[in-house]
Design a binder for this molecule. Sequence first.
Ligand SMILES: NC(=O)c1ccc[n+]([C@@H]2O[C@H](COP(=O)([O-])OP(=O)(O)OC[C@H]3O[C@@H](n4cnc5c(N)ncnc54)[C@H](O)[C@@H]3O)[C@@H](O)[C@H]2O)c1
Length: 409
Amino acid sequence: MAAASATTFSVGSATSFGSTKSQSKAFVAKYNTRNYLRNFSGLKAEAFVRCESESSFLGRESAAALRQSIPPKAQIEKQRCFNHVQPQASYKVAILGAAGGIGQSLALLIKMSPLVSSLHLYDIANVKGVAADLRHCNTPAQVFDFTGASELANCLKGVDVVVIPAGVPRKPGMTRDDLFNINANIVKGLVEAVADNCPDAFIHVISNPVNSTVPIAAEILKQKGVYDPKKLFGVTTLDVVRANTFIAQKKNLRLIDVDVPVVGGHAGITILPLLSKTKPSTTFTDEEVQELTVRIQNARTEVVEAKAGAGSATLSMAYAAARFVESSLRAIHGDADVYECTYVESNLTELPFFASRVKLGRNGVEALISFDLKGLTEYEQKALEALKPELKASIEKGIAYAKKETVTA
Ligand SMILES: NC(=O)c1ccc[n+]([C@@H]2O[C@H](COP(=O)([O-])OP(=O)(O)OC[C@H]3O[C@@H](n4cnc5c(N)ncnc54)[C@H](O)[C@@H]3O)[C@@H](O)[C@H]2O)c1
């Protein structure tokens, strides 16, 4: 049976995370985005950023539909923030694991963001050179480097968004358990430091296995007494980026228009692209649904095999992570029109963590979007049920790991 997408898009019911307290933000540097960009990027980049400010990376149709679904008050807020205040932004972003494959490329992309005034790069080694190199780019963000555990606290003080790509990628011969044990320990240590030094920051976890490292981070933050489920995110943006790219290629659509929600988790069959919800409305044969779903789920392997033992996805991952950072900063800045798929604490299914589209606001997740999970095709419904046991086991493994570890006081 062909899976056709709905002809109209509305957010439908959203699950609120409860009340949010407002966060005041002092803008240190004020600058005109257009003038700045003309200084360092040329006219092409200027046009790019003006377009990005409007709709970020969402497909145009979805962005417009989502915008229509925002209540008038929120629209007024968005207008106020983005027509009049938009060029004033000055946020601090930290990357933990900044000397790695993902970290370096991500640092470059964030150095190009007009929303960022300070970029803090942390790693256990080799980060000085990365920072020295980046400082030669004539973009406004100032770059600071921090090496080793003794400098971690200073790296994190006053930061708005912390991105964690620290860890090891899975290499040939490495079991999933090997990867789990190494990265779980790294994430635990770094999240403890985040809890101690910038507990109000948005935390973006990239280190795999995300299905487990996010529950680990949640437990550590709980043990430290600073857990805010609205601000802890597993970065699954690469799955969306891949889904949009592969579907646009397959169906000969304009990339800028394509928007496909990807739900579930972030490994193998737990990655569930909802092709029936593709924007613009697109029909797929059963064979196409199967082929595209499997390709999106196994996309990592395409890169690992092509790199022949030299690592996994770093450039596309950095691009996806930069998109998620930009979305977070726009939300913190007051844009009322920011939606992303991400793996968060959730009550959309019986699982305590689940990736879905969420609405981002100043204080993190403002709403979990349940609309995408309504009216699934039979294929998608079966795939959703099939992913649950694996995702549940990964969540439980993460929680069990964190519970048997004691946090450092
Ligand atoms: N979420 C996703 O979609 C996605 C996609 C690709 C890769 N990943 C994951 O991202 C992680 C990083 O991948 P990579 O290719 O950049 O690896 P990499 O080995 O190139 O870089 C990892 C970096 O982390 C650093 N590091 C190790 N321990 C650290 C610690 N305690 N504190 C700070 N830094 C530390 C290393 O020194 C290194 O520079 C891996 O876990 C990988 O599986 C996630």
